[in-house]
Design a binder for this molecule. Sequence first.
Ligand SMILES: Cc1cc2nc3c(=O)[nH]c(=O)nc-3n(C[C@H](O)[C@H](O)[C@H](O)COP(=O)(O)OP(=O)(O)OC[C@H]3O[C@@H](n4cnc5c(N)ncnc54)[C@H](O)[C@@H]3O)c2cc1C
Length: 438
Amino acid sequence: MSEHQPGSSRIAVISRDACIACEQCVAVCPAGAITMEEGVAVVNADLCDGCGQCVAACPASAIEMSGEEPAEAAAAEEAQPAVAAEPAPAARAGPAPEVWVFVEHTDGQPAPVSWELLGKGKELAEALGGKVCSVLLGHEVAPLTKEAFCYGADKVYTIDDPVLGHYRTQPYLHGMIKLIEKYRPEIMLLGATTMGRDLAGAVATSLQTGLTADCTGLSIDPQSKLLEQTRPAYGGNIMATILCEKRRPQMATVRPRVMPMPERDESRAGEVIEEPLGLQEEEVAVKLVEYVREDAANVVRIEDADILVSGGRGMGGPEGFQLLQELAEAIGGTMSGSRAAVDQGWIPHERQVGQTGKTVRPKLYLACGISGAVQHLVGMQTSDMIIAINRDPNAPIFGVATLGIVGDVKDILPALARACRARLKKQQASSAAAGEGE
Ligand SMILES: Cc1cc2nc3c(=O)[nH]c(=O)nc-3n(C[C@H](O)[C@H](O)[C@H](O)COP(=O)(O)OP(=O)(O)OC[C@H]3O[C@@H](n4cnc5c(N)ncnc54)[C@H](O)[C@@H]3O)c2cc1C
């Protein structure tokens, strides 16, 4: 956090002509030194602490700093001229760097990816010698604070306000920027969901920091302490590791189910930091007219399935997928597939696994007639158990499989479905007999 030095000889100067009255500087000023007067932002020199946050926040480049640098900062700049030319990485100035994780929720229901990211965030915070914190925006969201602690948060930053009742970009962005500007996290993680992607892009653009979308790996470089953000690039043909060296926070989104869910620990507790939103409903441009919930019963969510029976081009056509459906029913699984199967029109896109489909992490992933192209693997390789059936013994899918069966799906799948059905029948018969005996 920047140190507050009211009356510092270094103050912000705002050009009346360039000011576009967006009030971003008013929102970010930690000293409350900027107010709006007759449609332009005005600085109170007695309150300005010379922190320069308004300069970074101004989208119109209407603000510059005037006067002497504080002696310490000037000395530091002299010692490291190359770095001083860029905005200083905020959290490095503070005692304990913080890794922040956005808690996504709808109607009070948290998105599991928020807890998955807390698990990864904890690992990153430990590598930095810092803390993992949740950021919780919404209305009447106190119960989620407790949940965040249970999943590993050391601290929860929260803004509870009716304006945040349903997700809208503008008020959530306002709240996030306010918290980030004030508390300066080193790293900010969000789920690569519809909401997370929307908010992450808006926050990164406003702060002019870097954002790596859809990361499949996150780690801390032991030397530089920078966040290593790994994701497929160039159509999935390479894995790129991306660094954000000079701006803060370092921002990344991660798809649901890419990171493992941490253990829930009921006994954990932590510090709650509450902040006001400082934004009225009248100031929000987008109004919520109607809120309609998706009919969950009619939506197939392969990303939530424990067992996926997945087919590729090797299934040969819709009749092949009929075999898969029978097996899926026999073992209580859900049917999914590769992009080749989707492109052929054998299954709908909502069931596609992979880079341009869904990322899944079931207990069992059965890959039938799927070669194992890298774009498919990135969507399923963290499944607990992978069984692959392919007639080509050199198919790359066997490289990630727990168990591989070399053979023709047309022979193996019907036999497997028969065996599963017979076993199920036997189990049902013995539990019925046990019930009669009681
Ligand atoms: C930008 C980009 C994004 C992409 N995104 C995705 C994505 O999200 N998901 C995805 O899946 N792909 C994606 N792809 C496509 C990907 O590169 C592959 O083309 C695709 O995964 C291949 O699907 P497949 O394994 O079903 O087919 P193929 O690669 O054709 O493999 C078919 C396999 O079936 C086996 N086989 C054939 N007949 C039988 C049989 N009778 N019994 C047993 N085995 C048999 C063959 O040996 C072969 O290994 C993407 C590509 C790009 C460029």
